[in-house]
Design a protein around this ligand. Structure first.
Ligand SMILES: Cc1ncc(COP(=O)(O)O)c(C=O)c1O
Length: 361
């Protein structure tokens, strides 16, 4: 197996350890998503035009002025990645952290925020995980979710880019994000992203704008919104937390990355693995009409979402206006099931890491 090994920790960050670990209070057999945070967090400030020394400190509240610019103007970006235990050793495996570092900087540039050296980004995560390694769950459907976030923190009222920023990394042991296949409603009125906007960045505001339509969808019994293009509501783009894939007549199709869709790390991994399996995969624009037509002919075999938090999540039903398109039973949807197991096996060291996706801690 080939692994990227995390180099021995350099004394790059100041470390202040907690005197009161909360580890014994956690029920690892019953972990909710996103509610439990490990003992420590990473914090680093950007001041006077450069990143200051990072610190790993006990997890706790930040002190912020109510004038903190990100609270008013939304200069805030984040990332999400996972670490898992290697099934064959005591090691922890980070999945594609350099891709998240790269995307973090892509988001930073779009939001006029400072970039973070990619090695530093990964090293901060690795040292944090190393310190809280006992917090990484060991059951098969759970992982350590890692949440880097950066926001503008000038105490200033006025619309301009902040001069000061704070980067924080939290870690959170998590169970499954979705516990069952999801029902999604296809957007026909609200818009998540449009050409020239911030859709491709993992910017906080992208998510804020989706809360209201997502609430309306939930009121109607749907779990998520499948966003469509911002001009005609004609082309499907992505789901609020995942990229989307369809299997039509044995071909896997996913919307192409044309500037409005997040470049999902899971999306890229899924495409790579399907190609390795010899499955035909096409990245292109896909219309709602094409989906409905394929469904009516019995050719829409599978629909699923792909994302770090959600892994591979089956879509049970698509709704558009007053129509409902129910997918075939899960047992018939073999490609999503297969790619999910391949991906999980790589993440947990059960399958060779041919693509050098893992960083071992
Ligand atoms: C809007 C959106 N699309 C797609 C994804 C999937 O991206 P990734 O696979 O990198 O987690 C996410 C999750 O981060 C997301 O929030």
């Amino acid at each position: 197996m080939t692994f990227t090994h995390f180099a021995p920790p350099k004394p790059m960050f100041e470390v202040i350890k907690t005197k009161h670990s909360r580890l014994s209070q956690v029920d690892f057999n019953n972990i909710p998503f996103g509610r439990i945070f490990s003992d420590h967090m990473f914090v680093m400030d950007y001041q006077n035009g450069q990143w200051q020394q990072g610190q790993i400190i006990p997890y706790g509240n930040l002190q912020l002025s109510p004038a903190t610019s990100a609270l008013h103007y939304g200069q805030a970006i984040f990332e999400g990645l996972k670490a898992n235990r290697d099934s064959n050793s005591a090691d922890i495996l980070l999945f594609r952290p350099y891709d998240n570092a790269h995307r973090f900087n892509h988001s930073a540039v779009r939001m006029d925020m400072p970039e973070v050296p990619e090695d530093l980004f990964v090293e901060a995560i690795a040292q944090l995980i190393q310190l809280d390694r006992e917090w990484v769950p060991s059951t098969t459907d759970s992982s350590m979710y890692i949440r880097p976030v950066m926001f503008g923190c000038d105490n200033f009222i006025g619309v301009r880019s902040s001069d000061n920023y704070k980067m924080v990394v939290l870690t959170s042991p998590v169970g499954p994000y979705y516990t069952k296949p999801v029902r999604v409603v296809i957007a026909d009125k609200f818009v998540r992203a449009f050409d020239g906007g911030t859709g491709e960045a993992k910017a906080a505001g992208n998510y804020g704008a989706t809360m209201y339509p997502a609430s309306l969808a939930r009121q109607k019994g749907y779990d998520q919104v499948l966003w469509t293009d911002g001009v005609e509501h004609k082309y499907v783009e992505e789901i609020g937390t995942m990229n989307v894939f369809f299997v039509i007549n044995n071909e896997v199709i996913t919307p192409s990355l044309d500037g409005t869709i997040l470049h999902g790390v899971t999306r890229d991994s899924v495409i790579t693995l399907f190609k390795e399996m010899g499955v035909k995969v096409t990245e292109r624009r896909i219309t709602t009409e094409e989906l409905f037509e394929a469904h009516s002919k019995g050719l829409l075999q599978e629909a699923f979402g792909a994302g770090t938090a959600a892994t591979i999540t089956q879509i049970e039903e698509l709704a558009y206006k007053d129509k409902r398109y129910v997918m075939p039973p899960v047992q018939a949807r073999t490609l999503a099931t297969k790619v999910k197991s391949e991906l999980e096996n790589i993440k947990r060291g059960l399958k060779p890491d041919t693509y050098n996706w893992l960083v071992r801690i």
